[in-house]
Design a binder for this molecule. Structure first.
Ligand code: HEC
Length: 339
């Protein structure tokens, strides 16, 4: 055995002291921690989905400006995010038109405390210039960015947002319909929304629910909401699938100062051949591809925004046509009475 030298004894004492100090310090820390965590509500850093969850993907907007997904786009913000591709002929134009209505309802709050982002899932075709032209065709206002980035990174982003459906990444499936999410990064509250959602409901979620009711509400806009009465199937379909792009008579859509993306449809059932109308509602993309003369003329007149194929069957198309007929008759009777 080697006898303890004064030096090694001193070292031993030193080690014990260090150990005791550490133990004491950790006790103090633990006790200290226990108090505030019980008394203070979760803070910003407690939100379950922060910068360590969301990628800080580098994206380019329609003006060629580079931004980072987490830091620049969603951090501490109330946002709407959807994924689109500009050559999409079914659900994306409907979604864009619907969001444009929501943007109108929210007015100048968009770009101030509510932000809109449409991210392309087809970055090869959707360059910033293509996205800019798309945004202009839909006449979107400020506060709404159209973004593009690396395909793999955008896919990763969709997964993180829960908007990626395995095996459907060309977006052409119906499942692509559910590609809209609204949320508040700060509170960690995120909700998926359907593009068929009533725009007033979406606007209300963004302006009130997600703001934790702190901001002035957009309640006034409810005055302009269509009056509630049980709608027919045709009317229901029209309101959810068509009304974002088409008004129905001179009074329709006036309240929120919206001009339509497609033609007004009052009287269309008298103007067009029934078979043409039924097919057009079901497969306008094919008729345009076949260069149907009426289709081509309309397409040119309406800023080359193609009417989307909404995958309606014949029965649904007919119920919409019936509703259009009824509404035309109703408005005509009304006009005759007031003359
Ligand atoms: C994303 C916008 C959009 C949506 C949603 C949409 N349309 Fe259209 N629609 C258009 C545009 C734009 C045109 C003009 C033709 C073109 O550019 O393809 C059009 C044209 C039409 C026409 C021809 C009008 C005429 O003068 O003959 C009819 C009818 C029509 N749409 C019915 C419907 C119905 C019914 C629905 C719902 C099931 C619907 N549209 C949904 C954009 C839309």
């Amino acid at each position: 055995m080697t006898p303890h030298t004064p030096r090694s004894r001193a070292l031993g004492m030193h080690l014990i002291l260090v150990l005791v100090t550490c133990l004491l310090a950790s006790q103090v820390l633990l006790a200290h921690e226990a108090v505030p965590s019980a008394a203070v509500p979760p803070t910003e850093s407690a939100t379950p989905w922060g910068g360590d969850y969301f990628p800080n993907t580098l994206l380019t907007d329609q003006d060629g400006q580079q931004v980072h997904f987490f830091d620049d786009l969603i951090k501490n913000k109330v946002v709407v995010i959807n994924f689109i591709f500009t050559s999409c002929s079914d659900s994306c134009p409907l979604e864009t038109a619907r969001l444009r209505q929501v943007q109108k309802l929210l007015g100048d709050r968009v770009g101030k405390d509510i932000f809109f982002y449409s991210i392309s899932i087809d970055p090869l075709s959707d360059t910033p210039e293509v996205l800019k032209a798309y945004a202009q065709r839909f006449k979107v206002g400020p506060g709404w960015k159209f973004l593009t980035g690396e395909f793999a990174e955008v896919t990763d982003l969709r997964k993180k947002l829960g908007l990626f459906i395995e095996g459907v990444d060309n977006g052409r499936s119906k499942d692509h319909n559910l590609s809209l999410i609204v949320g508040n990064q700060e509170t960690g509250r995120w909700m998926k929304a359907s593009p068929f959602e009533n725009p007033w409901i979406l606007a209300d979620q963004l302006a009130n629910t997600l703001q934790n009711w702190k901001q002035p509400s957009v309640e006034g806009s409810y005055a302009n909401a269509p009056e509630i009465r049980p709608p027919s199937n045709g009317e229901e379909l029209f309101r959810t699938r068509c009304a974002s792009c088409h008004s129905l008579g001179p009074q329709d859509g006036q309240g929120i100062g919206m001009r339509s993306i497609g033609p007004d449809l009052i009287g269309v059932t008298r103007q067009r051949d029934p078979a043409w109308l039924s097919r057009w509602i079901r497969e306008p993309d094919r008729m345009l591809a076949e260069k149907d003369p009426v289709a081509v003329e309309l397409f040119e007149r309406f800023e080359k925004i193609p009417m989307p194929n909404l995958r309606l069957d014949e029965k649904s198309a007919q119920s919409i046509i019936d509703f259009l007929k009824e509404e035309t008759d109703r408005q005509q009777t009304l006009a005759a009475q007031t003359q």
